[in-house]
Design a protein around this ligand. Structure first.
Ligand SMILES: *[C@@H]1O[C@H](CO)[C@@H](O)[C@H](O)[C@H]1NC(C)=O
Ligand SMILES: *[C@@H]1O[C@H](CO)[C@@H](O)[C@H](O)[C@H]1NC(C)=O
Ligand SMILES: *[C@@H]1O[C@H](CO)[C@@H](O)[C@H](O)[C@H]1NC(C)=O
Ligand SMILES: *[C@@H]1O[C@H](CO)[C@@H](O)[C@H](O)[C@H]1NC(C)=O
Length: 456
């Protein structure tokens, strides 16, 4: 019986995974280092190149997805599952996704709004990362280094003062980096709370309070304290550089070095001028997320209980078996890459990592990530290595894209069958449902359903 027992198992898995992921990310580099290394989608990402669609067909349960996807595309849904039917003659896999609607229309729009704000906060943090690590300030610092090197013989006092100022600036930038790392962790936690609101875990008021608390930590931490403090330290060091530049300008034979230093000062000032505005935007967005969360008090659970479905087609790349592209209605084709499977040599794969990535015109990426399983739960013996494998490929689930679990309560799947029986057009978002009703009503495994359909 998949009952309460597996629900508890899930809870244990959640806790263990969260710890494991936390541990893994402590070991790895900072948010800034991660984000700067994946400004665009990963190139040459290895997929599982032996995908056999026969073994891939059938019913799958979503164990989790990245929070940005969950809180946008799956907002308000639990019991997310998919049925894939191989249509060999037509050359595609029919994709039938379904979920149960558990919060009202207002709730859904708030979950999406919070997620969009979380994404903007992370985008703002990325811009600051870029400013502190690859922006003008690094150019300025290499000039300071060059001048310090060139004056080390002739003017050791100024040379070491320049190096001291440079070290101060670097240390301040490191402080901002650490602050942004905390911000990313706080936003991840906000997105997890948001996914719990989205999946109606029954503790909405607590979730809202916790979310506001995290928002307050972001503001009190990096935004209102760390950034202003570190920028003040940078300004102090920059003033010392200016003073040395002034001295060199008036001394014989060092005018050129002085001019270089003045240029460095301007480059450092660029950072001092741009970061406060970026921090203010982050703060406004953080406050917007808090306001959205507070509006959950007005969520009325209207239109709850519907069985939401979508039907699409997936096409396998003829030369690259792990790469599929999936098309839903009028939505542009999306990458559906199978990165890894469990039980490679069985008749059916037991679990899979699915990923897709597209570069956004505004910068950054959109990268849906899923762990699927044949059962509504997945053991940590598979789940943790899956997440670690993804991270080893450079797929970082940080900031707004943290991995979030999908609720698969034991009642889900019998409920879905019930909803399918009580089928009414208005309950469904997309066409093509009659076939789905057939599959769900009979509660069939995918291959059985495919057989039945072909004999009709
Ligand atoms: C620094 O010194 C090197 C070697 O003496 C010289 O080639 C270079 O032009 C100098 N740089 C500046 C900015 O004066
Ligand atoms: C949020 O950030 C603060 C630092 O500002 C940090 O101490 C705290 O652990 C973070 N909380 C979470 C849940 O990441
Ligand atoms: C600035 O220079 C003063 C002395 O001229 C020194 O005491 C101080 O440590 C320097 N500060 C930085 C940030 O370089
Ligand atoms: C199939 O994959 C190859 C290699 O990854 C790629 O070059 C090609 O464009 C893909 N074909 C289609 C139709 O997407």
């Amino acid at each position: 019986m998949e009952g309460r027992g597996s629900g508890m198992g899930m809870l244990v898995l959640v806790l263990v995974l969260v710890q494991a992921v936390g541990f893994a990310s402590c070991q790895s580099t900072s948010f800034c280092a991660n984000t700067l290394s994946r400004w665009t989608c990963p190139k040459d990402l290895p997929t599982f190149d032996k995908v056999d669609l026969q073994k891939y067909a059938g019913r799958w349960y979503e164990i989790g997805s990245n929070a940005f996807f969950k809180n946008l595309q799956e907002a308000g849904g639990t019991c997310v599952s998919a049925v894939y039917t191989l249509k060999s003659d037509e050359g595609y896999v029919e994709v039938f996704n379904s979920q149960t609607r558990v919060i009202g229309d207002l709730g859904v729009s708030l979950v999406r709004a919070i997620s969009a704000q979380a994404s903007q906060i992370c985008q703002g943090a990325r811009q600051i990362c870029s400013q502190i690590f690859v922006g003008s300030v690094s150019q300025g610092l290499s000039i300071v280094q060059e001048v310090a090197t060139n004056t080390s013989q002739s003017n050791p006092a100024d040379s070491s003062a320049l190096l001291e100022a440079k070290a101060m600036i670097e240390s301040a930038l490191g402080g901002i980096d650490a602050g942004l790392d905390s911000l990313a962790k706080n936003v991840s936690q906000m997105q997890i709370l948001n996914s719990q609101l989205s999946q109606a875990d029954g503790k909405a008021a607590d979730r809202v309070a916790q979310l506001s608390d995290l928002a307050a930590q972001i503001n009190a931490g990096v935004v209102d304290a760390i950034i202003p403090e570190k920028l003040a330290a940078i300004a102090a060091a920059r003033q010392n550089i200016t003073a040395i530049a002034g001295k060199l300008y008036n001394a014989p034979g060092t005018k050129q070095l002085a001019q270089l230093l003045f240029r460095a000062v301007t480059l450092i000032q660029d950072l001092e001028e741009s970061v406060p505005g970026q921090a203010a935007t982050i703060k406004a967005t953080v406050n917007g997320a808090v306001d959205a969360a507070a509006s959950f008090a007005y969520e009325k659970s209207e239109n709850v209980g519907g069985f939401v479905t979508i039907l699409g087609k997936a096409f396998q790349n003829s030369t690259d078996a792990g790469k599929l592209s999936v098309v839903f209605d009028s939505i542009a084709p999306a990458q559906y890459w199978i990165l890894k499977v469990e039980d490679e040599n069985s008749d059916d794969y037991g679990a899979a990592i699915v990923y897709g990535c597209s570069d956004l015109p505004t910068g950054g990426t959109y990268q849906p990530f899923f762990i699927l399983s044949r059962k509504p739960t997945l053991g940590e013996d598979v789940g943790i290595p899956f997440l670690q494998y993804a991270e080893s490929l450079g797929i970082y689930q940080d900031c707004h894209e943290v991995f979030a679990f999908s609720e698969q309560p034991a009642t889900c799947h019998s409920d879905q069958i019930q909803f399918a029986r009580g089928f009414k057009d208005k309950d469904f978002l997309f066409a093509g449902i009659r076939k789905a009703e057939f599959i769900c009503t009979e509660g069939l495994g995918m291959k059985d359903a495919a057989e039945l359909k072909t004999t009709q």
